[in-house]
Design a protein around this ligand. Structure first.
Ligand code: ADP
Length: 475
């Protein structure tokens, strides 16, 4: 075996997630989820944020609602017309977020967002505007950690995914947004704050007809694997011990028994009790503005997979294993030297390259990184890519299995089949990601029997429709 092959094999071994680790991960997930439900003071518990969303749609809901979504890369505005028969019509606009706004002032960002809502309403909803003075109700999907004390307010805890606008931390995001909308005279009321995972859960439930007795079974989890990763599920109110007693009392008086909890599982195991922590993970973490946080996300989601590979390539170059034509780091192609330049989309192309001599990979690396490679190097890079993606998909199984075990989903007779709604480019487009996740799920405590009863489906336009469904709750 060549030195390069041996080094690649060592990484593949180091990145492999054993059945034992998976099961330890599931146990730890349940423990940290319970601790997070009990108290916000426990810094090692998962955030487990109560969302004040109490109703899982059945598919019979009707009406026109707006939704806006600030995710990672884009700001989407849409209107959703619910037909009441599990179907909907959606009109959407997608606006890339200018990079300078991601670290500017709060006012700049939200003034920009409000202006995009204004142009959307003008372009698509003239008819409704003439319809008296009534305002559109909007559900706002804000995919960053917030604490909520009602459906239409939420305090930003910290930024993730490359955003860094300190003046908004600790502020109520809904009132900041509403303030800018009012300033620009946009006829829109922000009535609900939804996380994208909550939206994914609700939209999958609306579309699948699960609660109404559809074949797919109850929709129990909404999960995102995109720029970041996160999940939400309905929890019994009695188990959310940190909810204030008066809130529980008033909810119970209304007959409410469950509330959707936003787990913020991106920060699962920040203490690294179970998660792998290679020197490459350490290097990636050091480049982020939220060091030591979101450690699960940093091993699993789209923003980080490419950077992990870039770190390995740089290390291999330094050890003289690859790219020997470049004598020093400074001489490497600029893009390879630059953090975050290697997109996980590139990994998804290399993952399944079966062309002779990996010609497709050769082209991809040339186009994206201006990097010429030998066949031996490409074979190594493909194996490294597969080690990174497999580790990500295996780890992704941990919170899913954790929630299924914790809620006793498979033990309850009514849940013959379980439906998981997923969204995000990684789970949607990364070749084999879902299949690898399923392989790992079968190795967890749910076993292959549980895995077979599980349906993992893309929640199409999940966050938009889901946020609209939250607006319905707040109407
Ligand atoms: P967001 O999470 O920002 O709302 P997406 O779900 O589209 O949006 O996720 C974007 C992330 O997914 C980026 O990190 C990008 O690198 C990654 N990505 C986009 N396309 C692919 C693909 N085909 N394969 C793997 N990752 C992808």
């Amino acid at each position: 075996m060549t030195e390069l092959k041996a080094a690649v094999a060592e990484i593949a071994e180091q990145f492999a997630v054993s059945q034992e680790k998976l099961q330890q991960g599931v146990d730890l997930f349940i423990e940290l989820a319970d601790r997070g439900l009990a108290s916000d003071e426990d810094v090692h518990g998962l955030p487990m944020i109560p969302t004040y969303v109490n109703t899982i749609p059945t598919g019979s809901e009707r009406g026109i609602y707006l939704a806006a979504d600030l995710g990672g890369t884009n700001f989407r505005v849409c209107s959703v017309t619910l037909a009441g028969d599990h179907t909907f019509k959606l009109v959407q606009s997608k606006n890339p977020i200018p990079v300078d706004l991601m670290s500017g002032s709060g006012e700049e960002l939200f003034s920009y967002l409000a202006s995009k809502v204004a142009s959307f309403v003008t372009e698509h909803h003239e008819a409704k505007e003439t319809d008296e003075k009534s305002k559109f109700k909007l559900g706002f999907t804000f995919s960053f950690p917030v604490t909520q004390s009602s459906l239409n307010s939420g305090t930003l805890l910290r930024w993730t995914k490359g955003f860094d606008i300190p003046d908004l931390v600790g502020k109520d995001i809904v009132s900041v947004f509403q303030g800018q909308l009012d300033k620009q005279n946009v006829p829109v009321d922000v009535v609900a704050l939804a996380n994208d995972t909550v939206g994914t859960l609700l939209s999958r439930a609306y579309s699948s007809g699960a609660v109404a007795g559809g074949k797919q079974g109850d929709t129990l989890i909404g999960a995102i694997f995109g720029t970041g990763t996160n999940g939400a599920y309905p929890e019994d109110i009695d188990n959310i011990k940190k909810l204030p007693a008066d809130v529980v009392k008033s909810l119970k008086a209304k007959g409410v028994t469950q509330m959707v909890v936003n787990t913020e599982w991106g920060s699962f195991d920040n203490k690294l009790q179970v998660l792998p922590n290679s020197k490459y993970d350490v290097a990636v973490d050091a480049l982020t503005s939220n060091k030591g946080y979101h450690m699960f996300e940093k091993r699993v989601s789209g923003m980080f997979l490419g950077e992990i590979l870039r770190q390995i390539l740089i290390d291999f170059h330094q050890k003289g294993l690859i790219l020997r034509q470049y004598p020093t780091f400074d001489k490497l192609p600029h893009r390879l030297r630059t953090p975050w330049e290697l997109d996980s989309e590139v990994l998804s192309l290399m993952e399944i390259d079966d062309s002779s001599s990996l010609k497709a990979t050769e082209l991809t690396l040339k186009q994206n990184l201006r990097l010429p490679t030998t066949e031996e190097e490409r074979l190594a890079i493909q194996d490294l890519t597969r080690a990174i993606s497999k580790r990500a998909a295996y780890l992704a199984a941990i919170p899913l299995a954790g929630i299924l075990v914790k809620t006793g989903a498979f033990e309850k007779g009514v849940h013959k089949e379980i439906d998981v709604g997923v969204d995000g480019s990684v789970v949607e487009f990364y070749p084999g990601f879902r299949a690898m996740m399923r392989d790992a799920l079968a190795l967890t405590q749910i076993g292959d029997k549980g895995e077979r009863r599980l349906h993992i489906n893309i929640a199409k336009d999940g966050s938009g429709v889901g946020a609209a469904l939250c607006a319905l709750d707040g109407a």
